[in-house]
Structure formats: structure tokens, C-alpha cells
Design a protein around this ligand. Structure first.
Ligand code: DP6
Length: 325
């Protein structure tokens, strides 16, 4: 009973920022992402009768603490949901991105884990069901089951049975590129889980965020349909700024940005002023992702790599959904 799955990370252009049900991981709003080919997690899961607990190795190191607890809780869910009994697993994962530096390694991580575990068990489930299962490990991970542009439908059902990702356009539909710009690869202080909870519970700006989302979603889907890059980029950038604004209205207030984050944001806006259509988006960390078109790759790269605050830049194209190795 062993299988290996590979899942790519995704970058949200319309952010998931808040849960209506924390244990089932049901979001307050639909979100929309692009799956990236540059960053992935490859995970091998082996169910072994001789083990007395789950064992998790990440990049060759045993994982303990909170990260282990989340993985173990997710395996318990799989064992419960599919009546597996008390058979424990050995999990071996490899990441191609700095863990917890705002590069959503939990997205590719839980997608690969869900894919490998269900494959190892020979469960006959389709990608939609796999997405619903993956969601319960980490919300944004449910989008990584699919490639290209993906929407996570929040759903209405209280049991989460209609909260799942759907593909909007496959990875070969439109060659939009993303530069992942690292300014600080240290672990973040406020996890996305904790940050969104504090925002939902306390931010005076949260209702404004929610009110503006249906329009953002309709606009970005129109931009994808029409392959209108300036529209796609400007909606993504504005949606990111709004999400980050909600954290400033929370109690206690917080921000994921550092000086270096703002330096990259300003460099992107300066590029735009000089006629290069580039746009930024930022998740729950200090690092920045920059959206651009293939013909501007050299100019965008040169600008980003020459910024003193930047320690690393990695390019991604639109990536595929989950695959089995
Ligand atoms: C800012 O999916 O990491 O990246 O569901 O609690 O595991 P949990 O949170 P997570 O949150 C991601 C938040 C975000 C925006 C996004 O990816 O949509």
C-alpha cells in the first residue's frame, strides 16, 4: 500500500481570507488561483501494519510539533472517512520551495499528501472529491488538485459537500508567468490560519472585504475569458491590497509586509509606469509574486534581480494539477 503524488503550489489572485467553519475548513468567500509549475511537493505515503503511529519525514528530517499534528489529524480524517482502521503511515515529502515563507507550501503539501494517501489505499475517488478532502487539510490546497486557473467554490452546504475547486481554464490556455520574489525566507510570525481567524473575529474592515468580492470574481473571470492581462493583473493587485488592509483593522493589528516587501511593490509599480505590464500579489508572508507576460520576462527579471532587498527570484509558468509518479 504505497503511492507517490506530485502537486504544485498555487498563487491566489482572488484571496481566500476567512473561514465560516474552522473544523471543516469552509471559507467565507470563493477564491481564484493560478497553479504554478515552479514549486511542487512530491510525497510518498506507505501504509504499514507494523507502525504504531504516523511517521513524517520532510526533506529527510522527521517533523514534529504543530506541523506533524496537522498531518496526523488529516490522516485520521482519511482513516475515519474511508473506514481504514488503525493502519499508520510513513510519509516522505520533498519540497521545492522555502516552507512557510509565504509560498503556500501547505497548498502543495496537503494536495500531494491527499493524492498519495488515497492512491495508496486504492480509493476510487474523482478529482472533485479529492479536492473536497484536500480542503480539510489546508484550504488553499484544494485548488492545487487542478492545473491552470482554478476557482474554489465556497459552497453553501453546512457539511462542506459542495465546497471544492473547479478548473476555470487549463494550464495551456494562457501563458501568464509568475516571478516568486524572496525577500525574507524566515518562518512567518502569524500563520495564515491564525491571521485569517484574527481578521474574521476582529477586523473592522472585514465586511468591506467580503462585500467587494463578488465583483472582483466576476471581473477576473471576464479577464481570463478575454485574456485581458492588464485587467487580470490590476484586479489581482487590488484584491491583494484589500486583503492585506484587513489585517491592519484587526485587534491586535498586524501586517505581513516588511520594508523589503514594499520596495518590491514599488519597483513593480515603477515598471508599470515605464510601460511594462507587471502586477504583484502577496500571500500571508513578506515575499512577493509578480505577474507578467512572456515578452517582458527579461525586463522584469532584470529589474527584480537587481533590487538590493531581493535574495532570490524563481520563474513559474502555469502548472498542471496533481499527478502520480
Ligand atoms: C493568504 O490555505 O494556508 O494564502 O486553510 O487555514 O490551512 P488554512 O489556510 P491556508 O490560507 C491561505 C491564505 C492565503 C490566500 C490564498 O491562498 O487564497
Amino acid at each position: 500500500m504505497q503511492a507517490t503524488a506530485r502537486a504544485h503550489t498555487n498563487i491566489a489572485l482572488i484571496k481566500y481570507w476567512g473561514k465560516r467553519n474552522e473544523s471543516l475548513i469552509l471559507p467565507t468567500n470563493n477564491s481564484l488561483s493560478l497553479t504554478l509549475d515552479g514549486f511542487y511537493t512530491e510525497t510518498t505515503v506507505t501504509f504499514r501494519e507494523d507502525l504504531t503511529s504516523d511517521f513524517f519525514l520532510l526533506d529527510g528530517e522527521p517533523v514534529m510539533g504543530e506541523q506533524y499534528d496537522r498531518v496526523q489529524a488529516f490522516l485520521d480524517l482519511i482513516r475515519r472517512e474511508y473506514n481504514i482502521g488503525q493502519i499508520y503511515t510513513e510519509i516522505k515529502s520533498k519540497n521545492t520551495m522555502p516552507t512557510a515563507a509565504g509560498f503556500a507550501s501547505s497548498a502543495s503539501g496537503f494536495a500531494a499528501l491527499a493524492g498519495a494517501a488515497t492512491k495508496a489505499l486504492n480509493l476510487d475517488i474523482d478529482k472533485t472529491e479529492l479536492s473536497r478532502l484536500t480542503r480539510q487539510g489546508s484550504g488553499s490546497a484544494c485548488r492545487s488538485i487542478f492545473g491552470g486557473f482554478v476557482e474554489w467554490e465556497k459552497g453553501e452546504a453546512e457539511d462542506g459537500s459542495d465546497s471544492q475547486a473547479v478548473q476555470i481554464a487549463p494550464s495551456n490556455y494562457w501563458d501568464v508567468r509568475v516571478a516568486a520574489v524572496v525577500v525574507d525566507a524566515k518562518m512567518k510570525k502569524v500563520s495564515s490560519r491564525e491571521g485569517m481567524k484574527r481578521t474574521v473575529d476582529t477586523s473592522v474592515f472585514y465586511s468591506g472585504w467580503l462585500d467587494s468580492l463578488p465583483q472582483d470574481l466576476a471581473d477576473i473571470k471576464a479577464a481570463i475569458r478575454g485574456q485581458d492581462f492588464e485587467k487580470l493583473g490590476s484586479i489581482s493587485e487590488a484584491n491583494c491590497l484589500k486583503m492585506h488592509a484587513t489585517t491592519l483593522g484587526a485587534t491586535p493589528p498586524f501586517t505581513y509586509w516588511q520594508d523589503s516587501t514594499m520596495a518590491v511593490m514599488q519597483a513593480v509599480q515603477t515598471m508599470r509606469d515605464s510601460g511594462i505590464p507587471a502586477y504583484f500579489t502577496i500571500d500571508a508572508g513578506p515575499n512577493v509574486k509578480v505577474l507578467y507576460l512572456p515578452e517582458d520576462e527579461e525586463a522584469v527579471m532584470n529589474t527584480l534581480k537587481n533590487l538590493p532587498v531581493v535574495t532570490d527570484v524563481t520563474l513559474s509558468r502555469s502548472g498542471e494539477g496533481i499527478s502520480y509518479v
